[in-house]
Design a protein around this ligand. Structure first.
Ligand code: PHE
Length: 334
């Protein structure tokens, strides 16, 4: 190896050893080996350069000095890194506490939906799903809502022109999860025991308790001999499981085209009654629409507002909080 190559080898070996030095003691050993004046690699190089022909010596000597300066400087930098990490400019002090990293959390509505599913699973209900863009058969007709019913007013619904163009018939964002009752009964024979949880859409004026999109849980149970007593028991069990034994609920006679008789059910909330859902015995016309014999089978159905239950449990006073993605709100549920 000629002198130039020796100098280059010296430099790369020295820099690698400096970088690998993990403690002050290591570093001192490296310093002695590569920069020691009396013996070591530097001394060897000097001896070698002394033997280089005189005409080449100035150039080689210059190169040697440059390399020696670089290695000396690198050694000093490494020294300050190892000895005084807190003061070394530009270096990262790994001993300082880090910036806190906030983990995301499951959205409160998603948490509520999961919990509802669990409660209903314990009561023997499985989960079913349906599309959010629906046809009029599933959203209205099969549910005994005739064409002249006020609920079908286009101004009361979100009709989707683009979906209609694709499907070749009217399509709307479902206004209730009762659509899934029909879809399930169309494809299964009794006994049926399902819940369906998801979004529904209504062009309501938005305020603290109304949103044009919200979530419902639909329940449906059809079998021989299902009665209103089963309905009331399931709803009471559900409310107690989610809100505790002290929850007060009541049923008020009401009307829905797809149930007969029908009730609305309310929950006691801050010294007043708050409506949280509708329910009733599945209307024989609905059973007929899906090919079930109403003389053999009876069933109950209910639909409740998921947000309202969640608001009740956590004392949320404005439904809009759920949709605004404000981390100050969401953090309470993380
Ligand atoms: N679909 C009704 C609503 O959205 C609720 C309901 C469901 C009522 C099932 C009765 C039976 O208001």
């Amino acid at each position: 190896m000629d002198a130039v190559a020796q100098i280059a080898a010296y430099e790369s070996d020295a820099l690698a050893a400096l970088a690998a030095a993990a403690s002050a003691d290591d570093l001192e050993a490296v310093r002695i080996k590569f920069l020691g004046k009396k013996q070591g690699r530097l001394k060897d190089l000097q001896t070698l350069i002394g033997k280089v022909p005189a005409d080449e010596r100035p150039a080689i000597g210059k190169r040697f000095n440059e390399v020696k300066d670089r290695v000396t400087a690198a050694c000093e930098v490494r020294q300050s890194e190892l000895l005084k990490p807190r003061q070394s400019a530009g270096a990262i002090d790994v001993t300082l506490p880090g910036l806190p990293l906030r983990l995301g959390g499951v959205h409160p509505l998603t948490q509520t939906i999961q919990e509802f599913r669990d409660v209903m699973a314990r009561l023997g209900f499985s989960v079913a799903d349906g599309p959010e863009v629906e046809d009029e058969w599933h959203n209205f007709e099969a549910l005994n809502i005739p064409a002249d019913h006020p609920a079908r007013d286009p101004l009361e619904n979100f009709y989707v022109a683009a979906a209609e163009a694709l499907a070749g018939g009217p399509r709307l964002l479902r206004s209730q999860t009762s659509t899934v009752q029909i879809r399930v009964m169309e494809r299964t024979r009794p006994p049926v025991r399902i819940v369906s949880l998801g979004r529904v859409y209504r062009p309501d004026a938005i305020d603290a308790t109304h949103s044009c999109m919200f979530h419902q849980m639909e329940g449906l149970m059809v079998d021989r001999g299902v009665t209103m007593a089963h309905l009331k028991t399931v709803l009471r069990q559900f409310a107690t499981a989610y809100l505790g034994d002290s929850v007060e609920i009541r049923f008020r006679p009401s009307f829905f085209p797809f149930t007969e008789p029908s009730v609305e059910f309310d929950m006691r909330w801050r010294d007043r009654w708050l409506e949280v859902g509708g329910a009733g015995m599945v209307d024989p016309n609905v059973l007929g629409a899906v090919g079930y014999d109403p003389e053999v089978y009876t069933g109950f159905a209910f639909g409740l507002g998921i947000e309202r239950f969640c608001m009740q449990r956590y004392g949320v006073t404005d439904i809009r909080n759920f949709y605004e993605s404000d981390v100050r709100f969401l953090r309470q549920f993380a």
